[in-house]
Ligand binder design. Structure first.
Ligand SMILES: [Fe+2]
Length: 616
């Protein structure tokens, strides 16, 4: 019998470390390091994720054929040195601070990987370029045999965005934009200036945009960048300081807008909302120009996307609706975690030249359910060890019946089933779910369950067959990875009364905008996940049961965590999160726990739990 080839891809040492394992080109598993260490966006060498992948595949490190790192450290180091030299003597302190980590760790990746593998690895080390990894993560798992491949990112080595093609088992990158000119870094500069955390608050900025008006769009386009028709641009580096300081922007940027950076956690004002709306519009404009150019140059019908900016679901929705491509597929782990998967796939197809047969009806991402799962036996053992009170449902129908009633009665459910999602979104495996028809739910969930900012919207999971009834999504398109924003259909909207029409800013939250207010953003948009029987199994059956009972084919789906906490991985993580928040019900596979039946947590224990996670 032919021996299987095992490839592990690794990303790390910048942010969102992860590992992904392939057996003969099949994705066996993939997971982010943060889920194991409970440190959000953990950037350390992902030893726990690697260990999990080996365990899941039943392998020793000695049985691995290739270990692939998702970028080329020497090229990246070259960028660091060149950037320093072109700004010197500015940035000397920054440079001095960066060097020790490079000398100690980042320039010795094989040694570090060897350590992570317990010194047993005997195969080959491979390094792919950062953008090759993103491009491979976008194309190879996609359902297309041919596609235009676009990556939109912060920065890897030098490249910040790229356009190319994917044909069968090969990708070819044809156009690149280089550091310091970067769409990801431009967006992050505004994330920083509006008082959010870079590399994690970008979502908040996107969620804030619908409260504002894009009044600074022209100011940005006139002063901050020189945008060409093909979507390439040059940033005016007089305004940005990320090349030589640890801040994204400085005084000149503040002078342009006429006020300083918002202090983190201070009140958000109309100007932050307007800035968010403005940079969102600029970002969409750049995305549209880039994909139009990609379409002109490649003539492809399909588009695949990856890189951190591909998590901009509003921009993605616009590309789907107004862009030139018939179909788009976006890597669910579009940020650097997905680079681990892309790097491994790059070796399998591009370097080892293995054939690839794309199935136009199916990607190979498996709903992104690629992480750890736990058996009922394991869960029972854990629950008994902590003295939890639970009910066990042998029969799935009875379990679903119970949970559907709980949702309908206004309870908030922690839903833990099957393999954990790979990528930043919870997709029905580690989710918190609730009734989207309930007017109070958005504010209750933000304040009492997620402990996060009240303006942040929630997303729906909807049965695929009903998606275009509720949202302006083309009937033949789905969104299983929650990466597209679409507007709520007119027929489901509730017209605001005279008073409500005059509302602005966060006041707008008070208006009931649709028959599903829990997931309708203030501009009537929603970040949609479509749920289908083939991919989503029990989660689909739950939604179908909910629809049969209530007539409503959707629920609120938010990630199972609190602010600053990585999504829960194990039953223990889920139980702790459930206990420390105002969640009402916890479902762990076939076990159901009710909050009011559990021993009460003392306030000090709750505070301790909340304090564990740094605010993001
Ligand atoms: Fe990246």
């Amino acid at each position: 019998m032919k021996k299987s080839v095992h490839i592990i891809g690794v990303s790390g040492l910048y942010h969102d470390s992860a590992a992904a394992l392939l057996r003969d080109g099949q994705i066996v598993c993939a997971a982010q390091e943060e889920r194991f260490t409970r440190k959000k966006h953990d950037s350390q060498m992902p030893i726990h994720a690697i260990e999990y992948c080996l365990r899941q595949a039943g392998l020793d490190a000695a049985e691995l054929d290739y270990v692939v790192f998702y970028e080329k450290p020497l090229l990246k180091f070259d960028r660091l040195i060149e950037t320093y030299l072109s700004y010197a003597p500015k940035g000397f302190r920054q440079f001095l601070m960066a060097i020790p980590l490079w000398l100690k760790q980042k320039l010795h990746i094989p040694r570090e990987l060897d350590k992570a593998l317990g010194g047993d690895f005997k195969g080959k080390f491979v390094f792919t370029e950062h953008h090759e990894s993103h491009a491979a993560s976008a194309f190879f798992p996609s359902p297309y045999s041919q596609a235009a491949v676009v990556t939109l990112d912060g920065v890897g080595e030098w490249t910040t965005a790229s356009i190319g093609t994917g044909i069968n088992n090969k990708i070819e990158i044809k156009y690149e934009l280089h550091f310091p000119h970067s769409l990801g870094l431009l967006y992050s500069a505004f994330t920083y200036f509006t008082g959010f955390k870079v590399n994690s608050g970008e979502y908040k900025l996107m969620g804030l945009a619908p409260y504002g008006k894009p009044v600074y769009k022209d100011l940005i386009l006139t002063n901050l960048l020189d945008l060409k028709n093909d979507g390439s641009f040059r940033l005016n580096m007089d305004y940005f300081t990320y090349c030589h300081t640890d801040k994204m922007v400085g005084r000149k940027f503040e002078q342009l807008f006429g006020w300083p950076r918002r202090t983190p956690e201070s009140p958000i004002t109309q100007r932050e909302m307007d800035l968010a709306a403005s940079i969102q519009k600029v970002t969409e404009e750049i995305m549209m120009r880039i994909v139009n150019f990609a379409h002109n140059k490649t003539g492809m019908r399909n588009l695949v996307l990856a890189g951190g900016v591909a998590l901009n679901c509003v921009g993605n929705g616009r590309i789907l609706r107004r862009g030139p491509f018939e179909n788009i597929w976006i890597q669910p782990a579009a940020g650097d975690a997905g680079g681990a998967l892309g790097a491994a796939l790059f070796v399998h197809y591009q370097l080892l030249n293995n054939p690839r047969a794309a199935d136009e009806h199916n990607d190979i991402q498996s709903a992104s359910y690629l992480g750890p799962a736990y058996s009922n036996d394991e869960i029972r053992m854990f629950l008994d060890s902590v003295g939890a009170k639970y009910r066990f449902f042998e029969n799935e129908n009875e379990l679903l019946e119970e949970i559907v009633c709980d949702i309908e009665q206004g309870n908030v459910i922690g839903w833990f089933h099957g393999k954990m999602e790979f990528g930043p979104r919870a997709l029905g495996s580690r989710s918190i779910i609730a009734d989207a028809r309930n007017e109070q739910m958005q504010s209750r969930m933000n304040r009492k369950i997620k402990f996060r900012e009240s303006f942040r919207p929630f997303a729906p999971s909807i049965l695929r067959d009903y998606a275009s009834e509720y949202f302006k999504l083309p009937p033949d398109k789905d969104s299983p990875y929650m990466l597209l924003v679409a507007d709520v259909q007119e027929s489901k909207r509730i017209k605001p009364d005279g008073e409500q029409e005059k509302m602005s800013g966060f006041e707008m939250l008070k208006a009931k905008r649709s028959v599903v207010p829990g997931i309708t953003h203030v501009d009537y948009s929603a970040r949609v996940q479509t749920v289908d029987a083939e991919r989503h199994g029990r989660y689909h059956r739950l939604l179908e049961r909910f629809r049969q009972k209530t007539g409503c084919p959707l629920v609120i789906n938010t990630s199972f965590n609190i602010r600053g906490e990585p999504i829960v991985c194990s039953p223990e993580n889920a139980f702790n999160c459930f206990r420390s928040t105002n969640m009402d019900v916890l479902v762990l596979e076939n076990f159901v726990l009710y909050k009011d039946e559990q021993p009460q947590m003392r306030q000090i224990e709750i505070d301790e739990y909340l304090a564990k996670f740094e605010l993001d």
